[in-house]
Design a binder for this molecule. Structure first.
Ligand SMILES: Cc1ncc(C[n+]2csc(CCOP(=O)(O)OP(=O)(O)O)c2C)c(N)n1
Ligand SMILES: [Mg+2]
Length: 323
């Protein structure tokens, strides 16, 4: 992967981000209509981070996405109908009906580690993958995401420290979306920028605009290249905003409306599309067609998932490890 974006790649990114937004909106709407079973975490506002990071990896690289990274699952090849079916607890869902939200979503055939609900347990799991590649001398890297709130845990620091000492081919993308549940950044930590935690551990660190997909792509592609050259881990702090509540039940009344309006004006999906129109890469007409295609793809996924059967009760013990 090079760090420069060719026109075709720019269009690809527009498609994946629009598909992510369309699917995210649809899942939220379904839950509000009583057509959802489990919890729903929206990644609205996180599309550039999730898609840009996933797109910058090689096929053999491993990724461990989090609960706001719908776009990363999609861009890494997880079919929308399997994601919707998972929300509905259906047998064809990614977890075969064992979980009904983004928790646990993983598919090793796509090199996606299952999301570990206990934050940030995906970090050491991804580091384990990175260290395995290193031991086997394979030119692969592992990337994981972590939230601002989760970056306050001991495990975050322990994982970064070990990754630095081992010079592991490991990339951590911090999704700094200003809030952890209802707690704003200023009440979680006494530092302005989370990236200083990279310095504390001797890891390459940088801050990027998490609403600019090209910036995310460039930073992750460069971090992946460094990791592959044996230059160790990177921590990329992507600044963004969680545009809805923590989960579907949460109206985010505690978030100042002006703050949301400020970030709404920098919507990652819309601003990328506007930029491509400005560059003459896509016309308004092509854009409307792209939107319609994404809506159609999502509608088909929902139809397929809603029709699909629930798991056979006789399989309830399958996949359960009991010595
Ligand atoms: C160990 C642990 N404690 C508490 C929770 C419950 N929980 C789920 S998400 C969340 C907030 C995480 O905030 P942040 O890391 O900033 O991620 P964001 O949700 O903002 O993307 C909490 C406390 C959890 N999943 N794991
Ligand atoms: Mg957060």
């Amino acid at each position: 992967m090079t760090e420069a974006l060719e026109p075709a790649a720019k269009l690809d990114l527009a498609y994946w981000m629009r598909l992510t937004r369309t699917l995210d909106d649809a899942i939220v709407a379904m839950w509000k209509q009583g057509r959802g079973v489990g919890g729903t975490f929206s990644g609205k506002g996180h599309e550039a981070i999730a898609v840009g990071a996933g797109y910058a990896l090689g096929e053999d690289d491993v990724v461990a996405p989090m609960h706001r990274d719908l776009g990363c699952y999609l861009v890494r090849g997880m079919a929308p109908e399997r994601i919707v079916a998972n929300q509905l607890g259906k047998a064809m869902g990614v977890t075969s009906g064992r979980d009904a939200n983004l928790h646990g979503l993983g598919d090793l055939s796509l090199n996606i580690l299952g999301f570990v609900s206990h934050l940030p347990q995906s970090m050491p799991a991804a580091l384990g993958a990175a260290m395995a590649f290193q031991y086997r001398d394979e030119p692969r890297i592992a990337l994981t995401f972590v939230g601002d709130g989760s970056s306050n845990t001991g495990l975050f620091h322990e994982t970064l420290n070990l990754a630095a000492v081992q010079k592991a081919p490991f990339v951590v993308v911090v999704e700094n979306n200003q809030y952890a549940y209802s707690t704003p950044l200023g009440q979680q930590m006494a530092i302005e920028d989370i990236v200083v935690r990279a310095d504390a551990h001797g890891v390459h660190g940088e801050i990027i605009d998490g609403n600019d997909v090209a910036a995310v792509y460039r930073a992750v592609a460069a971090a992946a290249a460094r990791a592959r050259r044996g230059e160790g881990p990177s921590l990329i702090e992507a600044k963004t905003m969680r545009m809805l509540g923590h989960a579907i039940h949460d109206g985010a009344e505690y978030v100042p409306r002006e703050l949301l309006a400020e970030w709404e004006a920098r919507d990652p999906v819309v601003s990328w599309e506007t930029k491509l129109v400005g560059e003459g890469l896509i016309s308004e007409e092509m854009l409307s067609r792209l939107h319609a295609e994404c809506r159609e793809e999502v509608e088909m996924a929902i139809e397929q998932a809603e029709k699909a059967p629930l798991p056979d009760p006789d399989t309830v013990g399958a996949g359960v490890y009991a010595p």
